[in-house]
Design a binder for this molecule. Structure first.
Ligand code: PLP
Length: 397
């Protein structure tokens, strides 16, 4: 039996990056790519941001890791900043998005159990959501392709159509603990929840004493022009998962909660060996230094609008290929009339442009938030050239 040393779970492509320069990646063979994928919405400061590099270097020289057996001056500082910037009163640091969602799920269950209601453990989640690849987070998604081979799933999730408020309301039962939702679905195809849906979930949660959990792992951390996407809706969650952009490329995440929602998360209830270590806190602090700034956020909004209007103009030239543009800020999706994956591969292989395919035939356009107008011009040139010489595969009959 032969298997590759890297467990073969990814269909890796021929691009093999070895260096990053701002918004470009350089491959092993010297090829240069414009990176409008950002490591899947992670490298929000690009690839060689001096502030982020400096913070990691200085912290690496000082102290990398000690475990959560000891006091954490570094964690206290970053948690305080996040609390001051958001709805939350308390923060648990993780190493990834899935772990942040896991903590959110546990926090919601523990809330009900701490008030003596052992029967409320079920979360209502939404079709085509993505919450991660752990057992709990695949169980939280209705996507069969992620379940295959891993049954049985964890109990306690009920799937309802995304943006269907009546469906969410009808799904509430005696076991319901809360809702878990991405305000803007990322992997699902850059699909924004409507204001009425998000406001309605908040109202239902209040009415029934349920926890409203936002998964902002992809849409959070300035990507949409607000520090967190919930700010667009004027609605706050009880619990929120954040990751991806929060470390700018350093693996980290966090679960944020109100004091009320976190009442079940007392001493010894949860933990992580690495979570919140000094190195991660330094990276997270350096990212916040840049993005938690009104002028920076306004720039993200302005650049998002410029890019969006260019994209809207562009798709008018290719009505046979593209259907529409959607998203917010620099979290944009180009919905195609056929599978987006081959087009993403074509842009990558033939035009040196990196984007990411998503569900619902969507090309994700999720550049570093530090792009400038020259990057937008370069992107439009490469994209236009890619559309011009793209040949749809004949459909097998
Ligand atoms: C990427 C993602 C996750 C999982 O994050 P990992 O760091 O890969 O574990 C969870 N939720 C959403 C919305 C995501 O986009």
């Amino acid at each position: 039996m032969s298997i590759t040393p890297l467990m073969p779970v990814y269909p890796r492509c021929e691009v093999r990056p070895v260096r990053g320069e701002n918004c470009h990646l350089i491959g092993e063979d010297g090829r240069r790519f414009l990176d409008f994928a950002s490591g899947i919405a992670v490298n929000i400061l690009g690839h060689s941001h001096p502030g982020l590099i400096g913070a990691i270097q200085r912290q690496a020289e000082t102290l990398m890791h000690v475990s959560n057996l000891y006091g954490s001056p570094q964690g206290e500082v970053l948690a305080r900043r996040l609390v001051d910037l958001t709805f939350a009163d308390t923060v648990f640091f993780t190493n990834s998005g899935a772990e942040a969602v896991e903590c959110a799920i546990k926090t919601a269950r523990a809330f009900h159990q701490s008030v003596g209601d052992d029967q409320k453990y079920e979360l209502i989640t939404f079709k085509n959501a993505f919450h991660g690849r752990t057992m709990a987070t695949i169980s939280a998604s209705n996507q069969d392709k992620m379940h295959k081979g891993f049954l049985p799933l964890l109990e306690g999730f009920k799937y309802v159509d995304f943006d269907d408020l009546a469906g969410a309301q009808a799904a509430i039962g005696p076991k319901t603990a809360g809702f878990l939702v991405e305000p803007i679905q990322g992997e699902g195809g850059i699909r924004e929840a409507s204001p009425a849906f998000i406001e309605g979930l908040r109202a239902l949660a209040d009415e029934h004493g349920l926890m409203l959990i936002f998964d902002e792992v992809q849409c959070g951390v300035a990507r949409t022009g607000k520090l967190y996407a919930y700010e667009h809706y004027g609605v706050t969650p009880d619990i929120m998962a954040t990751a991806k952009g929060i470390g700018g490329g350093f693996p980290m995440g966090a679960c944020l909660a109100t004091a009320h929602a976190a009442r079940g998360m007392g001493l010894g209830t949860h933990g992580s060996t690495y979570g919140g270590n000094p190195l991660a806190m330094a990276a997270g602090g350096a990212v916040l230094d840049v993005v938690a700034d009104e002028a920076f956020l306004a720039e993200v909004t302005a650049k998002g609008e410029r890019l969006r209007s260019r994209l809207e103009q562009f798709i008018g030239n290719y009505p046979e290929l593209f259907e529409l543009v959607r998203g917010k800020g620099l979290m944009l999706g180009l919905k195609m009339k056929s599978e987006s994956r081959p087009f993403v591969a074509h842009l990558r292989d033939n035009h040196g442009l990196l984007t990411v395919a998503a569900g619902d035939n969507t090309v994700r356009v999720i550049p570093p938030l530090v792009i400038d107008d020259a990057h937008i011009d370069e992107f439009m040139e490469r994209l236009s050239a890619g559309a011009a010489d793209y040949r749809l595969e004949p459909v097998a009959t």
